[in-house]
Design a binder for this molecule. Structure first.
Ligand SMILES: [Zn+2]
Ligand SMILES: [Zn+2]
Length: 371
């Protein structure tokens, strides 16, 4: 099968690879659609800890083609979301109700399992144990959710990471109280889901910040009540000016730079809550003033994949997309063939697309893609 493989830090090649035979608990899934998000940009650049060679694409969807031994809960022919986070149900974290930190993904002393073989014999791993930029995926059955839905492959593919992280940041992590003011810092894929979720949660003001005018326009369509350009004036002061000088109750950060996270935290009022989702390359640090953090009652919460419980959250989010309460068209910019991986990588990095989606089964479109 063909797969987009990171063969060295910063180098991505579409190669013919041979999928390994299924180990116990594993399933083979024919890939439908895999979004390209900022995590994938950083993985491709080799700045987020991925060891080559690895197939990129850390969340996806597809149709189950084959079951390995000892698989339960999923059948051949099922349409499944291949989620960015597993849920083994038994590890230290799952036992504490924190499947978002499941050891199946984050605690692997021997490294991630190999899924395929390169022509030169080297074994290839898969980003997030998914590897969605490939015609086939070799995944753990505990990392998929079967769905029955009228949604398109592209829409379902978004559920593995962007939807669950954006909505979960509002519903599970911040637990936004109706009527309270929310700021969303960064209006890319995650920010646009956060805005839609804040609207559904009944937020009062939804203040969206992004330096890109096109993204601010999308934010307004998604439900932002005010949009601000953080480059125009101090974003903390701009948010205070809209909230009678207090700041917001919840600031949701979906931008990435440590400076944006600091600003998000400081644009909450005393006793407010900031939720952080972004990352710079590994090793970056966040600097904060002591008094607002130690004496002013602020909470700073991390939102790895929206503190997801995938079997509970994904079916609900599927219904909300089906009945139109959530709009995926605001978030998706364009579809790409597997061979276009470098184009979508560049378009994502330079913010020319909000979300590019790779459809590995699609014919090479040469020049299409809408970028
Ligand atoms: Zn677990
Ligand atoms: Zn992602």
């Amino acid at each position: 099968m063909r797969a987009a493989v990171m063969t060295a830090a910063g180098r991505v090649e579409v190669l013919e690879v041979e999928l390994l035979p299924l180990a116990p608990g594993r399933i083979r899934v024919r890939t439908g659609a895999t979004p390209f998000c900022v995590t994938d940009v950083m993985n491709a650049d080799g700045v987020f800890g991925k060891v080559p060679p690895t197939i990129l694409g850390h969340a996806s969807m597809g149709v189950v083609e084959e079951l390995g031994p000892e698989v339960s809960g999923v059948r051949v022919g099922d349409r499944v979301v291949v989620h960015g986070t597993a849920e083994c149900g038994r590890c230290f974290y799952c036992a504490r109700g924190r499947a978002d930190q499941c050891s199946l993904i984050f605690d692997r002393p021997d490294g991630p399992p190999g899924v395929a073989r390169l022509p030169d014999g080297r074994i290839v791993t898969a980003a997030g144990n998914v590897g969605g930029y490939a015609e086939l995926m070799w995944v753990d059955a505990r990392q998929v959710v079967p769905v029955r839905s009228t949604l398109s492959d592209v829409e379902l593919g978004l559920l593995g990471c962007g939807v669950t992280t954006g909505l979960g940041s509002v519903f599970n992590v911040a637990a936004v109280v109706p009527g309270s003011d929310v700021a969303v810092v960064g209006c890319g894929q995650l920010g646009l889901w956060m805005i839609q979720a804040a609207r559904l949660a009944g937020a009062g003001q939804i203040i969206a910040l992004d330096p890109d005018a096109g993204r601010r326009e999308r934010a307004a369509k998604a439900g932002a009540t005010a949009t601000l350009d953080p480059d125009e004036a101090d974003p903390v002061e701009q948010v205070r000016a809209l909230t009678a000088g207090f700041g917001v109750t919840y600031a949701l950060e979906a931008a990435g730079p440590a400076l944006a996270q600091r600003q998000a935290i400081l644009m909450t009022h005393r006793g407010g809550t900031a939720v952080l989702t972004g990352c710079e390359p590994l090793g970056a640090e966040l600097n904060l003033p002591q008094v607002p953090m130690a004496l002013q009652g602020r909470a700073v919460l991390s939102s790895q994949n929206g503190r997801v419980r995938m079997h509970h959250d994904i079916p609900r989010y599927v219904r909300m997309l089906e009945d139109g309460r959530l709009d995926a068209s605001l978030v998706v910019s364009a579809e790409f063939a597997l061979e276009d991986v470098e184009r979508v990588r560049e378009a994502s990095r330079t913010h020319r697309v909000v979300t590019g989606v790779i459809v590995p089964g699609a014919a090479v479109r040469g020049g299409a893609g809408g970028v």
